[in-house]
Ligand binder design. Structure first.
Ligand SMILES: [Zn+2]
Length: 334
């Protein structure tokens, strides 16, 4: 099967004809000449209407999808049109946009691979350059944004991502619904001003329909969510809640241990961190015994505290838990 036949099967352009393919083994390039079909008028790039030919420009080469390790170029001599409305202008060709050197097919191809490989790897693998991969991604993202419908947004998630060196962050907002999970917006920094840009982009009517917001406990996010989505249910990231609870538990345990040591009690709380934090099913047999002792000791303490004999100044476990609970409640309110 000839290369031209193959091209006609996968990428046919009405009004144009593939003439012949030339192979250059030295530069590992295949050049394919393209010419206008006889009698077809060029299209004006200003008003997108057909217009008579004015003259011809020099030959241009357009990068096409490579084949079997060979770079493929479409070679075409551009025409200028004499448009009634726009004057003399360069024609519009269906395989490329404006002054791009790459065909649309090649840009789609590069952008597809740029999702799977790094941009440098993509450029190396397909005989292109980093700049061209960047242009391809910009083209595809631009097209996607232009044709995007924001529609009703019910649930969003906001998070930050660190990039480069030092404390440089981007704010990312995702739509997180069972039938639609997508990145909606990305902004520099993780400040109140940057996150507010998202709500400016979607507008007040859409923002008012948001029913669920999921975020971490970064204060600028919490403030913007409180102001812009006051009607939405705010779900806090479980990781941060658990981290805060663990911190609170550690603080209480350390304070209790110190107080017990001061009062001359046995150091039962020492090395019990993981006994308290781990899931019951994950405890080792040694930790299980330690936890049992700890709980027994706690009960003993409570009984003695209630009967008014000793330990009143230690405070029973209830008071400790109130402290932890208070911290967590404060955390979830923030
Ligand atoms: Zn025109």
């Amino acid at each position: 099967m000839r290369l031209i036949t193959l091209l006609n099967h996968c990428e046919r352009f009405p009004g144009f004809v593939y003439v012949k393919a030339r192979l250059s083994e030295q530069s590992r390039t295949v050049e394919i000449d393209v010419r206008p079909r006889r009698g077809s008028k060029p299209v004006c790039s200003g008003c997108h209407q057909r217009a008579p030919t004015y003259d011809h420009l020099s030959v241009r080469r357009f990068d096409f999808v490579p084949v079997w390790g060979f770079i493929v170029l479409l070679v075409y001599r551009m025409r200028r049109v004499d448009c009634r409305d726009c004057g003399v202008r360069v024609e519009e060709v269906p395989w490329a946009i404006g002054k791009h050197q790459m065909t649309k097919a090649f840009m789609l191809f590069l952008a597809y691979w740029a999702r799977k490989l790094s941009w440098t790897e993509t450029a190396l693998a397909f005989g292109s350059s980093w700049d061209k991969v960047c242009q391809a991604v910009e083209y595809v993202v631009g097209w996607g944004l232009e044709h995007r419908s924001l529609g009703p947004i019910v649930a969003i998630g906001v998070d930050e991502i660190q990039y480069a060196k030092g404390h440089k962050y981007l704010t990312l907002v995702y739509q997180i619904e069972p039938e639609c999970t997508r990145l909606l917006w990305l902004g520099k920094e993780r400040t109140v001003e940057s996150f507010e840009q998202f709500f400016i982009m979607i507008g007040q009517p859409l923002a008012e329909k948001i029913a669920f917001v999921c975020s971490d406990m970064w204060k600028p996010y919490l403030r913007v969510i409180r102001e812009r989505c006051s009607q939405a249910v705010h779900i806090l990231d479980r990781f941060h809640i658990v981290a805060k609870m663990n911190d609170a538990l550690d603080d209480v345990r350390a304070a209790e241990a110190r107080r017990m040591a001061q009062d001359g009690h046995e150091p039962i709380l020492k090395k019990t961190r993981w006994c308290v934090l781990k899931r019951k099913s994950n405890l080792t047999s040694h930790q299980r015994f330690r936890l049992r002792d700890l709980l027994r000791y706690n009960i003993k303490k409570r009984i003695s505290s209630n009967s008014g004999t000793t330990c009143r100044q230690h405070g029973p476990a209830n008071s400790s838990m109130t402290g932890a609970g208070r911290r967590c409640a404060r955390a979830s309110r923030q």
